[in-house]
Design a protein around this ligand. Structure first.
Ligand SMILES: Cc1ncc(COP(=O)(O)O)c(C=O)c1O
Length: 458
């Protein structure tokens, strides 16, 4: 049967978006929800949602803004008062030199990243993404029209500069760096960032630095990429940074973040993209953001809660040889389950079915789509070694984390893995992971749009 997609005028053609599957996070979410609907309680270690909420002052500031009628459209780039507070925070906490004219407030850093990618995209341009990446980075890059190229990571999941050099080509325009990283928890120090900055300068690339987890560095401090450029003239800067209120202040549902553009030209283009896509961020939520930035100590308190989780509840994974070391930052750990002989997707399906614990298969963070000339996905593959990894979120309630980790370790050590059908469950159904449960190594499958909708989270 020939499929006609409305608007293309040609049979069999699909829009780029129609070829992009939903992320693996969405799929595990659905599988866990389905299990709960069937009556089981699921220990949710797949979700990047903190067990603590935002400080009370934040809710009060939001409510006050609404009650007092401060609800009209704000400037496209966000309220000046908030941008000034952000510039102050960037200077004091991040060592970044910015200006309210180069800051754009966004509904979550997710939208900031998307707007930035649209701002920097050129026809045929390539973007360098880490081999293990947050799947939304990939979705966004494709939607903005970039052709993704994946760069290798070292044994500690940090970018390998020589590997990046080897992967880059004449059409490379942007290098995306995420430290602390989702899904790996890897953190880059000033030396490693300097090496990447020099590489990018040498080749004329821009850099996108996603610092959503800036406040979750457990050993040493967070180094903001743009701090390395504080003494460079503004017009020559290349590091564009995105930040979020979601993780630092547990404001996930408020949807608030910001972009610090490197230079004035990019800031101008970014405002155009923002105007064209959202008009501007929510006004009352921005007042909540101003209150949040005034709170001393909230981010430190949140980091200590997650650090305690990491230090206590993840230790059994290290003792069992599933984790070589505790993650240096972020909210996630990548456990190596290769000794079970199961594919990560089989593992997650069977763990959910038999022990009611939800984690995410590593393959979902390692998708490498092959595109046609127009940028539509024709097939997807994934880095084969990601089949041995599963991601565990450790920002969840301590008791749930302890229970989930204990069950996971017991499951691995039992040697009895069964099959999902034996527990009356269907295996997970694939998603943006390139392979369904039980798919052979290095599996590749044809693209086909999957229904969107539902929740996709960190
Ligand atoms: C690496 C990374 N960047 C950005 C985001 C976006 O966060 P938000 O849009 O809530 O600011 C997330 C969310 O999970 C993330 O994991």
């Amino acid at each position: 049967m020939t499929t006609h997609i409305r608007g293309t005028g040609e049979p069999g053609l699909m829009s780029v978006a129609a070829t992009i599957p939903s992320s693996c996070l969405h799929d595990i979410f659905r599988a866990a929800d389905r299990k709960e609907r069937l009556g089981g309680e699921v220990v949710k270690l797949h979700v990047g949602e903190p067990y603590f909420g935002p400080p009370e002052e934040v809710a009060e500031a939001l409510a006050a803004a609404v009650r007092q009628g401060r609800t009209a459209y704000s400037e496209v780039e966000g309220l000046l008062e908030l941008r000034e507070a952000v510039v102050e925070k960037l200077a004091t906490a991040n060592g970044v030199d910015s200006d309210p004219s180069r800051v754009v407030i966004t509904p979550g850093s997710c939208q900031g990243l998307s707007a930035l990618l649209h701002t920097l995209a050129e026809p045929g341009a390539e973007i360098l993404l880490p081999e293990l990446h947050w799947p939304v980075h990939l979705q966004q890059a494709l939607l903005a029209g970039f052709r993704p190229v994946f760069y290798p990571l070292d044994a500690g999941f940090r970018p390998d500069p020589e590997g990046i050099r080897a992967k880059a080509g004449p059409r490379t325009r942007v290098l995306l760096v995420n430290s602390p990283a989702n899904p790996t928890g890897a953190v880059l120090d000033a030396g490693q960032l300097t090496e990447l900055l020099e590489l990018a300068r040498e080749h004329g690339w821009g850099i996108i630095s996603d610092e959503a987890y800036e406040h979750y560095v457990y050993d040493g401090g967070h180094v903001s990429f743009a701090s390395l450029e504080r003494d460079v003239p503004v017009a020559e800067r290349i590091v564009h940074s995105t930040f979020s209120f979601s993780k630092s202040l547990a404001m996930t549902g408020y949807r608030l973040g910001y972009v610090a553009a490197a230079d004035d030209r990019t800031a101008h283009a970014l405002r155009v993209v923002q105007e064209a896509s959202i008009i501007g961020p929510s006004t009352p939520v921005q007042y909540a953001g101003i209150a949040a930035l005034r709170l001393a100590g909230a981010t430190d308190a949140h980091r200590e809660l997650v650090r305690r989780n990491r230090d206590t509840a993840l230790a059994p994974l290290v003792a069992a040889g599933l984790l070589s070391e505790l993650p240096a930052g972020g909210w996630y750990a990548m456990a190596d389950i290769s000794r079970t002989g199961l594919d990560a997707e089989e593992f997650t399906a069977r763990l959910l079915a038999s022990r009611s614990v939800a984690v995410v298969a590593g393959t979902g963070f390692a998708t490498q789509p092959r595109l046609d000339e127009a940028g539509r996905i024709r097939s997807t593959a994934f880095a084969p070694w990601s089949r041995h990894l599963v991601r565990i979120a450790f920002c969840v309630a301590p008791e749930a984390l302890r229970t989930g980790v204990r069950r996971l370790v017991e499951f691995v050590e039992s040697g009895e893995y069964g099959k999902p059908e034996e527990y009356g469950e269907a295996a997970g159904d694939g998603g943006f992971s390139g392979a369904g449960a039980g798919a052979p190594s290095g599996a590749e499958r044809s693209a086909g749009a999957r229904a969107g909708g539902g929740r996709a989270v960190g």
